[in-house]
Design a protein around this ligand. Structure first.
Ligand code: NAP
Length: 174
């Protein structure tokens, strides 16, 4: 299973600006890359707080081809929003999520964060590749890409400018 961590960060490693949620600091070029990578995967996993930041967009999406799995300790709280095969809520651990997606025929999944979800999948060494966009911003404070100690081995496989100031980095894990 190809497990792709996707994130857009500031130069100082923040996923979000100060106390804000969402990725309004991401460039249009990053968002186009994000959509392309997600469509290629066909399945995504995100934390409940990330879902909350983009809830209206997800619930209003006409795209029925993408499975979005939202990780929460209280999946029953979101039962009314669930649409099997499109929007699913789970309290399963990362290994179980990946196994279940593989059993359903998915060959790749995009892990969309936030930090708590990247932490979980990193702790179980499940992420096989990272696609990280670095935007020309320095926030000083804000949610970091990982919030727990980690040090996975990363091998740079691609680096590309998305515009004059925005850099896309792809790393293989291992
Ligand atoms: N720049 C980027 O690329 C990017 C990407 C993603 C997110 N973000 C931003 O990052 C922020 C959110 O990140 P975050 O780290 O605070 O939250 P998060 O990872 O999106 O979600 C955290 C939630 O996941 C659930 N969770 C965590 N560990 C769990 C476990 N072991 N079992 C079951 N459920 C578990 C909990 O949901 P419950 O509380 O419901 O139990 C927890 O509150 C937002 O501002 C978002 O916009 C940025």
């Amino acid at each position: 299973m190809h497990v792709l961590g996707i994130a857009v960060i500031s130069v100082d490693g923040c996923l979000a600006r100060h106390e804000e949620s969402g990725v309004s600091f991401a460039s249009a070029e990053d968002q186009a890359e994000f959509r392309r990578a997600v469509q290629e995967c066909g399945a995504t996993v995100m934390g409940r707080r990330t879902f909350d930041a983009v809830r209206e967009r997800i619930l209003g999406s006409k795209d029925h081809s993408l499975l979005r799995t939202i990780v929460t300790r209280e999946p029953t709280r979101y039962a009314e929003l669930a649409q099997p095969g499109r929007i699913e809520f789970t309290s399963a651990g990362p290994r179980e999520i990946v196994r279940s997606l593989a059993d359903r025929g998915y060959r790749s999944v995009a892990i969309l964060g936030g930090a708590q979800i990247y932490d979980l999948f990193t702790a179980d060494a499940l992420i096989t590749e990272w696609q990280i966009t670095v935007e020309p911003r320095l926030f000083g404070t804000g949610t970091r890409i990982l919030s727990r100690a980690a040090d996975p081995p990363l091998t740079l496989v691609e680096h590309r400018l998305l515009n004059a100031n925005t850099l896309l980095l792809r790393y293989r894990v291992g």
